[in-house]
Design a protein around this ligand. Structure first.
Ligand code: AMP
Ligand code: MG
Length: 532
C-alpha cells in the first residue's frame, strides 16, 4: 500500500497516462525469458526489488520540473517508487522492444535489456517517461544480468545533468540509488571479473523511442506495427506535423534529421564524444541518450574516442560524429521506407544533411570565436584554428574560454599569453607552434577589429557558448572512486559546479584546469569499455 506524504507528488501520479502501452501492441507473454518478441512494441515486466536501496543523489531541478517537491525527495515513497521497490497501483512497468545497427552491422532485436519504464506522467502539460536503468532482467537482456554498477550510473547521472545545463539536448536523470546488491563485471574484458556495487538510475525523457524501434518492425516486414508506431510518435511528439499520408512520414523523417543535426552541433561545440552511436542509441527526439563509454575532449583531437571497444577503427571518434549521424539517419530512412515508398525525397533529405550540418557548424564556430561577421576571412580563421589546435596537445575547453579575453588592442604576443594555459606542454608549444599561433592571432585580431561589439560584449557572448566547466573524464572518475567508499562529497560538488557551466565560480576554480598527467591513460579517465 502506498501512502503519500503530500499532495504534489500525488497530483503527478494522478496524471499518469501510459500512452505507449495503451496505444501500442504489447507482448502477450509476461516473463523475463530471453526470446524474440514479435508484433509487439514492449513487454510488461516489473523491476526487481533492490535488496537495500539507498538514495545517493537526486536532481532537485529534474524533480521540480516534473512536479516533485524537495520535501518529497526525502520521503520513503520517493525512495520506494523511484528505485523500483514499489510499483504504483495504476501503473504497469515495461521494457521496450527495439533493434539496431551496432558498429555498422545489423544486430537484430536488442530492446531494453536492463531499463524498465515505470510510468509516464504529465506535469504542467509536459509528459515525461520515468525509466529505471539497472532494474533487472527483461526478455531483452540476452546474456546480460539486467543490472548496472555504481561507476557507470554516476557517469550517466552526472553527465545527463551536465549536458542539460550546457544546453545540449539530452535525457535527464532524476535520481541515483545504490541497490545493495553486488554485481560482477569484467571491466577490461580480460578475464579479471570482480564484484562492484550495484546501482539504479531513474532517468526521464519525453519518450525513450529510438531509431531502433522503427528498425525492428521494418526488419520483420511488419508494416502494420511500423505504421502504428510512427503514427503514435508523430501524434504525441511531433504535433506540428499536420500533413497526411506519405508527406507526413517524410516530414517526420526530415524533422528527426533536423533535431539530430542540432544535437550533433552541440556535441561538437562542447567537445562531447558519445562513444557508442549505434542506431539503438539514437533518440527519435534528437536528444543525447545512453551514457556509456562517452568522454570529453581534453586535448583537441578529432580522432579521439574514449571507447576501448572501438579502438581499432575509431568509428565513433569525435570528428566522425556528424557522418555517423547521417549514416544512422540512412538506417532510419530505410526503416521508414515502407511507409513512403519513394527513394528520391528521402535521399534529398539525407543528401542535404551534410550541407546543412556544415552551415550550422560554421555558425556555431563563429559564435565560439566571437565573430558576428561572416566572410572568407572569418571562415579561414575557423579552419586554421582547428588545425592549430591539433599541432600539440591543446585543451579545447580552456582554449576557447580564455580566447574571450583577447582584445582588439592586444598584440599577437599578448594574445598568445592569454591562451597559453591551454597547452599541455607550454615549452613544446612555444618551440614548435609559436609562429603558427602568432600568424593565426594576426588574422584573428584583424577580424576582431572589424567587429562592431566591444571587447566586453564579445566576451560575454563567447562565454555563453564556451563553457568554463565540463565533466572532464578524470573528474567523474574521482567522484566515482570516493563514492565507492561511500563518500559522496565530490559527487555533490561536481554536480553543483556543473549546474552553471558558463559562469565564473571562484569556489570551483581548481576544476578549470587541464587533465592531470596521471589521468592521461588511466582506465575510466580516458579509456572506457562498454562494461557497465
Ligand atoms: P548499450 O551498448 O549499453 O547501448 O546496450 C546495448 C544492448 O545491450 C541494449 O539492448 C541493452 O539493454 C543491453 N544491455 C547492456 N547491458 C546489459 C546488462 N547488464 N544486462 C542486460 N542487457 C544489457
Ligand atoms: Mg543502449
Amino acid at each position: 500500500m502506498v501512502t503519500f506524504v503530500n499532495l504534489q507528488m500525488l497530483k503527478l501520479f494522478s496524471n499518469i497516462k501510459n500512452k505507449f502501452t495503451n496505444e501500442l501492441p504489447g507482448d502477450l507473454i509476461e516473463s523475463v525469458e530471453t526470446r524474440q518478441v514479435v508484433e509487439a512494441a514492449f513487454s510488461y515486466i516489473n523491476p526487481i526489488k533492490p535488496q537495500n536501496p539507498k538514495l545517493i543523489h537526486v536532481s532537485k531541478e529534474v524533480a521540480d520540473s516534473v512536479g516533485i517537491t524537495t520535501e518529497e525527495l526525502e520521503s520513503e515513497d520517493f525512495l520506494n517508487i523511484f528505485s523500483g521497490t514499489t510499483v504504483l497501483d495504476n501503473t504497469k512497468p515495461y521494457a521496450m522492444a527495439y533493434a539496431g545497427h551496432q558498429f555498422g552491422n545489423w544486430a537484430g532485436q536488442l530492446g531494453d535489456g536492463r531499463a524498465i519504464t515505470i510510468f509516464e506522467a504529465t506535469h504542467n502539460n509536459k509528459s515525461t517517461m520515468f525509466q529505471l536503468k539497472g532494474a533487472g532482467k527483461t526478455p531483452y537482456s540476452r546474456r546480460g544480468d539486467g543490472l548496472a554498477v555504481l561507476r557507470s550510473s554516476i557517469r550517466e547521472h552526472l553527465c545527463s545533468e551536465a549536458m542539460y545545463n550546457l544546453r545540449v539536448p539530452t535525457t535527464r536523470s532524476l535520481a541515483l540509488f545504490t541497490s545493495g546488491a553486488m554485481v560482477l563485471r569484467d571491466i577490461l574484458y580480460n578475464g579479471n571479473a570482480d564484484y562492484e556495487k550495484g546501482a539504479i538510475v531513474c532517468r526521464t525523457a519525453p519518450s525513450f523511442i529510438r531509431f531502433g524501434n522503427f528498425e525492428l518492425f521494418a526488419s520483420r516486414e511488419d508494416t502494420k506495427n511500423l505504421q502504428l508506431l510512427t503514427d503514435f510518435t508523430i501524434k504525441h511528439y511531433f504535433p506540428k506535423i499536420k500533413s497526411e499520408g506519405k508527406d507526413k512520414y517524410l516530414k517526420f523523417f526530415e524533422t528527426v534529421a533536423d533535431k539530430t543535426r542540432n544535437m550533433i552541433v552541440h556535441w561538437q561545440r562542447v567537445g562531447f564524444v558519445h562513444g557508442v552511436m549505434n542506431t539503438d542509441n539514437m533518440s527519435i527526439h534528437g536528444i543525447t541518450i545512453d551514457y556509456g563509454p562517452y568522454g570529453w575532449l581534453e586535448d583537441y583531437n578529432p580522432n579521439w574516442t574514449p571507447n576501448t571497444t572501438d579502438n581499432e577503427h575509431k568509428r565513433y571518434r569525435f570528428g566522425n560524429q556528424p557522418q555517423i549521424a547521417q549514416w544512422n539517419l540512412l538506417q532510419l530512412a530505410n526503416a521508414l521506407f515502407p511507409l513512403i515508398e519513394e527513394v528520391k525525397p528521402l535521399e534529398k533529405i539525407l543528401n542535404e544533411f551534410p550541407i546543412k550540418y556544415e552551415e550550422d557548424y560554421i555558425l556555431m564556430m563563429h559564435n565560439k570565436l566571437g565573430f558576428e561577421n561572416s566572410n572568407e576571412e572569418t571562415k579561414n580563421c575557423i579552419q586554421l584554428v582547428t588545425e592549430n589546435l591539433q599541432l600539440t596537445d591543446t585543451d579545447m575547453t580552456i582554449f576557447f574560454r580564455n580566447l574571450s579575453q583577447v582584445s582588439k588592442e592586444d598584440t599577437v604576443e599578448n594574445a598568445f599569453e592569454k591562451i597559453k594555459d591551454a597547452f599541455y606542454n607550454l615549452k613544446e608549444a612555444k618551440n614548435s607552434t609559436y609562429d603558427t599561433w602568432l600568424y593565426w592571432f594576426t588574422m584573428y585580431i584583424n577580424e576582431l577589429r572589424k567587429e562592431n561589439p566591444s571587447d566586453l560584449e564579445r566576451k560575454t557572448a563567447m562565454n555563453l557558448v564556451n563553457p568554463k566547466y565540463v565533466l572532464r573524464n578524470y573528474m567523474a572518475q574521482l567522484a566515482i572512486d570516493d563514492a565507492e567508499k561511500e563518500d559522496y562529497t565530490l559527487l555533490n560538488q561536481i554536480y553543483e559546479m556543473l549546474l552553471k557551466p558558463y559562469e565564473e565560480q571562484p569556489q570551483f576554480e581548481k576544476w578549470f584546469t587541464k587533465r592531470p598527467d596521471w589521468a592521461k591513460n588511466k582506465v575510466g579517465c580516458s579509456a572506457l569499455s562498454c562494461s557497465s
